[in-house]
Design a binder for this molecule. Structure first.
Ligand code: ADP
Ligand code: ADP
Length: 233
């Protein structure tokens, strides 16, 4: 069933006398359990679309329904609430708290959700075990390799059982071997039934997705099922 329904959304930025149509018109449905790669050249509107999908921004026209909730016209505080509940973010730069342990980083979304310390620690331990870091619970980010940091970020993204995972260039700061490992982890998460939207510039990385959406000049130029899904052996 549709998890995301966006209908004729647009996003314009007005700077002085100039208006930039970052998204001209996009209509898109994403079902539960899909694994979508969002591609396109620089300036095509990928970040603007991801910000809208991630409830960090709202469209200036059109409608966005996320998991049955119309988020198109929400205030910032309403959006923050939807974001915490519905969306797990993974970033290129990991965005971990440098002074906190892996366990505390992963547990952070549960602090906002009002979960007790004991339960937070237990759930973070399980989440880190699931990404292969059972023996790194108390390491700080600078005591972990790049791939391990991204695993921590993936565990944090999953901790609240979000309805979608938005991964923005998750392999952008990783070497080829580590990128493949992280794609293997994302494949595992997808296989468990999670819905994944991945932004990437890299064709090789996009080929792990089951559907590819290409943007150009604020429009969807192409949207197709990937017949030749590449998987990590
Ligand atoms: P991409 O992520 O594909 O590189 P963006 O969504 O960042 O594309 O940008 C799409 C267009 O919108 C570009 O022309 C960009 O300059 C413009 N744009 C993006 N964000 C802003 C902003 N905050 N203010 C003004 N213009 C913006
Ligand atoms: P890779 O070569 O796979 O990127 P690293 O060489 O960065 O990994 O790290 C290898 C191992 O050493 C990892 O398991 C990591 O947790 C550990 N490690 C790396 N740097 C530190 C550090 N400063 N303190 C403690 N452990 C570290």
């Amino acid at each position: 069933q549709p998890l995301i329904t966006i209908t004729d959304i647009g996003r314009k930025y007005v700077i002085g006398s100039e208006t930039i149509h970052a998204i001209k018109s996009v209509t898109l449905t994403i079902n539960k359990g899909e694994f979508v790669a969002l591609m396109g050249p620089s300036g095509s509107g990928k970040s603007t679309l991801m910000n809208i999908l991630g409830c960090l921004d709202t469209p200036t026209k059109g409608e966005y329904i996320l998991n049955g909730i119309n988020v198109s016209q929400m205030t910032d505080s309403e959006l923050a609430e939807v974001r915490n509940k519905e969306i797990g973010f993974v970033f290129q730069t990991f965005n971990l708290l440098p002074r906190s342990s892996a366990q505390d980083n992963v547990a952070l979304p549960l602090v906002y959700a009002g979960v007790s310390k004991k339960e937070r620690d237990d759930r973070a331990t399980v989440a880190l075990t699931n990404v292969g870091l059972a023996n790194r619970l108390h390491h700080k980010p600078n005591e972990l390799s790049g791939g391990q940091r991204q695993r921590v970020a993936v565990a944090r993204a999953l901790i609240n059982n979000p309805s979608i995972i938005l991964a923005d260039e998750p392999t952008g700061n990783l070497d080829t071997k580590t990128s493949i490992e992280i794609m293997g982890l994302i494949e595992e998460i997808h296989a468990k039934g999670n819905t994944i939207i991945l932004v990437t510039h890299e064709e090789d990385i996009a080929q792990h997705a089951h559907r590819i959406v290409r943007m150009r000049d604020g429009l969807v130029e192409d949207d197709y099922q990937n017949k030749d899904v590449k998987t990590v052996a």
